[in-house]
Design a protein around this ligand. Structure first.
Ligand code: RIB
Ligand code: CA
Length: 323
């Protein structure tokens, strides 16, 4: 099987962690590296969480490069502690990681990797796009070296989750998203329009926990507060598998319905800043700049997610450090 080689730019983050689990549970994917960015929590915490998670999963061979601590323009962070908890991993508790990040900054690491192996590696971005935008600005040649850029972000027909109109990853750094959306890189967008149709429920989590495994226990611990937030503030009896749905692009593309459109980000600075909009009626006469997932077989994806995590949980437990 030819594996899809992926570098994941991430702000772990509860659903980021679930996406990493799903990638490691999918033989179709070779997870090459993680680059961390500010977002759900500050970059010190997103980096610590990435290190601790890979150590817990006995995946310490996967390098991690730490990235930007602030958005390009805004000087403050909205942060997602209210959703992801103070640590960024909900109720899950990991010991201090013993592994360390690379000494190279994430922006430089992305440039180095993509220029060294042009069109061999895909970039999956599931946090604010600050690292990706700076890499494009610092070394424009990577635009033609990234095989595919898959982004969890945006709300095209859907309302927002960070503002009434904007999705969190885009809202946290709309200027970075504007640079990336207009870069010319081949982009696949996985917006809230589809991720909110992929709700993991506590029943699903308890099905997984029929397996006595540190991984199954981690999934319960990391999601318990996340689900409580969704029920209290969004009325969902579950939590959105936002970042994990990007993995479906490789492991189950048949579950996603894509359309090609010209999509851009509002950076006008007003109420709708961070809003992503698609030119459905082709009135701008601008060519499509991305594939956008606008529908998904959500429950089928959640079932696939659980089945893959069951297999990961059944791995010889000594291979998985105790949680
Ligand atoms: O809007 C959902 C996105 O924002 C996800 O990537 C989640 O981890 C947060 O970063
Ligand atoms: Ca994320």
């Amino acid at each position: 099987m030819t594996q899809t080689r992926i570098i994941l730019d991430t702000d772990p983050g509860v659903d980021d962690a679930l996406a990493i689990l799903l990638m490691l549970a999918s033989p179709e994917i070779k997870l090459e590296a993680l680059t961390t960015v500010h977002g759900n929590v500050n970059v010190e915490k997103t980096t610590r969480n990435a290190l601790a998670l890979l150590e817990f999963l006995n995946a310490r061979h996967i390098p991690i490069a730490a990235g930007c601590s602030l958005p390009l323009i805004k000087s403050s962070l909205h942060g997602g502690e209210v959703v992801h908890g103070a640590s960024g991993l909900g109720g899950a508790v990991f010991p201090e990681p013993t592994i360390k990040p690379l000494h190279i900054h994430a922006v430089d690491y992305l440039i180095e990797r993509f220029l060294t192996e042009p069109n061999e590696i895909s970039l999956y971005a599931v946090g604010p796009l600050t690292n990706v935008a700076l890499a494009i600005r610092k070394e424009p040649r990577i635009v033609n070296a990234i095989k595919e850029l898959v982004i969890m972000g945006g709300a095209v027909r859907s309302g927002g989750n960070a503002s009434p109109q904007a999705e969190f990853n885009i809202y946290e750094d709309p200027y970075a998203a504007h640079i990336v959306f207009n870069s010319g890189i081949p982009i696949t967008l996985i917006p809230l329009d589809v991720t909110y149709k992929c709700l993991l429920t506590s029943v699903d989590v308890e099905r997984l926990n029929q397996i006595d495994s540190p991984i199954a226990k981690f999934v319960r611990d990391v999601t318990v507060d996340y689900m409580a937030h969704y029920l209290k503030y969004e009325g969902f009896a579950g939590c959105g598998l936002h970042d994990p749905l990007t993995v479906a692009v490789v492991i189950a593309p048949e579950l996603l319905s894509f359309e090609e459109h010209y999509v851009n980000v509002d950076i006008s600075g007003g109420e709708s800043t961070g809003k992503t909009f698609a030119d459905f009626m082709k009135v701008s006469k601008k060519p499509a700049n991305m594939k956008v997932a606008l529908d998904v077989k959500g429950r089928e994806f959640v079932e696939l997610f659980i089945e893959r995590l069951k297999k990961l949980s059944l791995l010889n437990k000594k291979e998985i450090a105790s949680g």
